[in-house]
Design a protein around this ligand. Structure first.
Ligand SMILES: Cc1cc2nc3c(=O)[nH]c(=O)nc-3n(C[C@H](O)[C@H](O)[C@H](O)COP(=O)(O)OP(=O)(O)OC[C@H]3O[C@@H](n4cnc5c(N)ncnc54)[C@H](O)[C@@H]3O)c2cc1C
Length: 470
């Protein structure tokens, strides 16, 4: 590299795109390296996605699970933090292009960590009617629809119109992977445990939560016995689990799940991942879900100065299977990319990335979870306590972790989640937030979100998105 050849003349310029788990861990692992680092993200915060569903159902506030990137990296004088939208990468000129002002950031080394959005499998028109859960805006949008549905029901009854039990909201969660399972359980919980004490005109305990999975089982990445436990547990919470059952229509009047029409149903999407379009625009080979194919050291073929990590990377394990879209994969890859940049700067060869698989877990409502750590399976309350400890440990990195812990514990023990303020979030009045909308008729993809990718039994410690903390 020119920068290294010049030695002290100029420090290498490293640009990290995206401050999610992959980008942030890369940036942190470059501390003390002889580089000038710029980290760019379209938001001003690092987001702890695993707890997004708790924001969506009003248990946690956005600030509980997001921290300003500047704050996290405040002690790093070598780091420039930019909030900007990345339009693309010019691999030949080695610049990151920003939008809308068309400015450019030159780099000597680049870490691409732009994550993924939802996959609507060619039916992007469904997104407005069945929003997914990836960002704070998504979570607040879901919260808006959820709480708005009950506010609308109360208002209807106040008008003197008795709609009977038909006016209880119907929620459809599309996709039986971890996000769908966690969201469905949380929706049923908020209706039956919390709103039941507060809403008068309708009976929240009669709220229908339908979880539609096109494949034969929930949580397909876990053992079949855990899938079965998950189904039974969710049904006990009041979730209607529909397996081998695709959503076939989504329109303004409702949702069709298999052959059942659910008029006025409100849909949420948890059925798949599509890697950032910045990756597919690179003009290089991509794997399933638009993930960028990388060499074993995570570099881009033909571009040893570019590393791709996290949900955007199409890295494979030793058997050639795509690694799952999980926080620990992104974290480990971010650290690996940083280590490979250090090796390149030192004139040493790079090394292949090896994923250390620590297992998987998902919560099922308020006090149960499934945990799979290699051959070890833990379910129920013990599993939930395990999940809780892992996530609290993960939150330890956040400045306000004690407050978050108190806030969270209070919401759980007193069943009084407090983050339920409706405001003019997107200009859409809550009353209009329900319903689906016109859309094409196709089956939803099976297997839930792409956290369901791995094809082998996980090993080792329980997988957690931990390590965010300082
Ligand atoms: C609801 C949900 C729950 C999850 N639960 C778990 C769990 O329990 N355990 C687990 O291990 N994993 C979980 N995951 C998966 C995990 O969060 C992801 O695998 C991980 O966040 C991927 O890290 P990343 O750095 O690749 O992408 P991200 O964390 O998504 O970060 C990408 C960053 O890039 C930024 N960005 C994107 N495009 C642009 C652009 N054009 N310009 C500028 N900035 C841009 C984004 O703002 C974001 O900050 C969950 C995911 C979701 C959505």
């Amino acid at each position: 590299m020119a920068a290294t050849a010049q030695g002290a003349a100029r420090r290498a310029r490293v640009v990290v795109t995206g401050a999610g788990f992959g980008g942030l861990f890369a940036a942190r692992a470059l501390a003390g390296a002889p580089v000038d680092l710029t980290i760019v993200d379209r938001t001003n915060h690092h987001l702890f996605q695993p707890l997004l569903y708790q924001v969506a159902v009003g248990v946690l506030s956005p600030e509980d699970i997001a921290v300003p990137i500047r704050s996290i990296l405040r002690r790093r004088r070598d780091v420039r933090v930019l909030m900007a939208e990345i339009a693309g990468i010019d691999l030949e000129r080695r610049v990151v292009r920003l939008t809308p002002d068309a400015s450019e950031i030159p780099y000597d080394y680049l870490v691409l960590a732009l994550g993924a959005r939802h996959a609507y499998f060619g039916h992007e028109g469904w997104e407005a009617r069945a929003p997914g859960l990836k960002t704070l805006a998504d979570a607040l949008g879901i919260r808006h629809r959820l709480l708005g549905a009950y506010e609308a029901a109360e208002r209807v009854r106040a008008d003197g119109v008795d709609l009977g039990s038909a006016s209880e909201p119907v929620f459809v969660v599309v996709g039986g992977g971890p996000t769908g399972v966690e969201l469905a359980g949380a929706l049923a919980g908020i209706a039956r445990r919390v709103l039941v004490r507060e809403v008068r005109a309708v009976r929240p305990e009669r709220t229908r939560v339908v979880l539609a999975e096109a494949g034969p089982r929930l949580l397909p990445a876990l053992a079949p016995s855990l899938s079965e436990y998950t189904r039974r547990r969710l049904e006990a919470l009041g979730v209607e689990v529909r397996l081998n059952c695709a959503v076939t229509a989504l329109d303004d009047a409702g949702v069709t799940v298999g052959t059942e029409r659910l008029p006025g149903a409100i849909a949420f999407w948890a059925a798949g991942n599509r890697a950032s379009p910045v990756g597919s625009a690179l003009g290089v080979a991509t794997a399933a879900g638009g993930r960028v194919s990388v060499l074993p050291d995570l570099s881009l073929p033909g571009h040893p100065e570019v590393f791709v990590v996290g949900d955007l990377a199409g890295a494979t394990d030793e058997r050639g299977h795509l690694l799952p879209a999980l926080a620990p994969v992104a974290q480990q890859q971010g650290r690996h990319a940083a280590a490979m940049i250090r090796r390149r700067l030192a004139g040493r060869p790079t090394l292949p990335f090896r994923y250390r698989d620590h297992g998987q877990m998902a919560t099922l409502g308020r006090s149960a979870a499934v945990v799979q750590i290699g051959p070890l399976h833990v379910v129920g309350l013990i599993g939930w306590l395990f999940w809780l400890v892992v996530h609290i440990a993960t939150l330890i990195g956040f400045e306000n972790r004690l407050l978050v812990l108190v806030h969270w514990a209070a919401a759980y023990w007193f069943d009084r989640p407090s983050a339920r303020i409706l405001f003019d979030f997107d200009g859409t009045p809550p009353a209009a937030a329900g319903g689906a909308g016109a859309g094409p008729v196709v089956p939803a993809a099976p297997a839930g979100d792409s956290r369901a990718t791995p094809r082998r039994a996980p090993r080792g410690r329980a997988q957690s998105p931990s390590g965010v903390g300082r």
